[in-house]
Design a protein around this ligand. Structure first.
Ligand code: K1U
Ligand code: ZN
Length: 179
């Protein structure tokens, strides 16, 4: 297994639309193992392949208290959304920023598991929020896109300043500002 570098906003690679996987292969399983190791090390409760520079529709999530219930979703799709709720979110690609975002409260999800077996299930609470956040990553969308232009600009300037000053952030990749 290997720790992968996490891209930081405003790296343009975070805006790439990830492609569905035609099949789950040994290479997919290696990517999943590396993503899980990277998520736990960060630490985080989710990670999308886009965040580690891989344009494949793979996400990993673990919202359990002891971080011992990894979930792997390949080609995840939201079939239904019900209700709305606001929850504070963070993002490993936007370090140090936590903001409230409005999302669907209940979702129905279809995906493949790490063995390529089809799954369909309902999610709510933190799991639903995290799955929506990770699927957004696969579509090149970041939680800061839900904030005001002013807040987003401030966050971008702060992260670019940190990048210029060479602030060390262990195990995370260097961003290439798009502007
Ligand atoms: O996708 C990511 O950037 C991971 C992100 C997921 C997420 C967090 C909160 C709401 C929605 C989605 C994170 O994991 S940020 C770190 C974090 O929330 C956390 C880290 C350690 C323990 C508990 C939470
Ligand atoms: Zn994120």
């Amino acid at each position: 297994m290997a720790l992968l570098s996490i891209l930081h906003f405003p790296d343009p690679r975070l805006r790439i639309q990830a492609k569905p996987l035609p099949a789950v292969t040994a290479e997919t399983r290696r990517l999943v193992a590396d993503m899980l190791e990277t998520m736990y090390a960060a630490p985080g409760i989710g990670l999308a392949a886009t965040q580690v520079g891989v344009d494949k529709r793979v996400i990993v999530v673990d919202v359990s208290e002891n971080q011992d219930q990894p979930r792997v979703y390949i080609n995840p799709q939201i079939l239904r959304r019900d209700g709305t709720e606001r929850m504070q979110e963070g993002c490993l690609s936007v370090p140090g920023v936590f903001e409230e975002v409005e999302r669907a409260e209940h979702i129905r999800v279809r995906a493949l598991d790490r063995d390529g077996e089809p799954l369909e299930f309902d999610a709510d609470g933190l799991l639903a929020v995290c799955i929506q956040h990770e699927i957004d990553h696969l579509d090149g969308k970041l939680f800061v896109d839900y904030l005001s232009e002013l807040k987003r600009r401030r966050i971008r300037k702060q992260l670019e300043k940190e990048l210029r000053e060479g602030r060390e952030r262990p195990r995370t990749g260097a961003a290439t500002p798009s502007i």
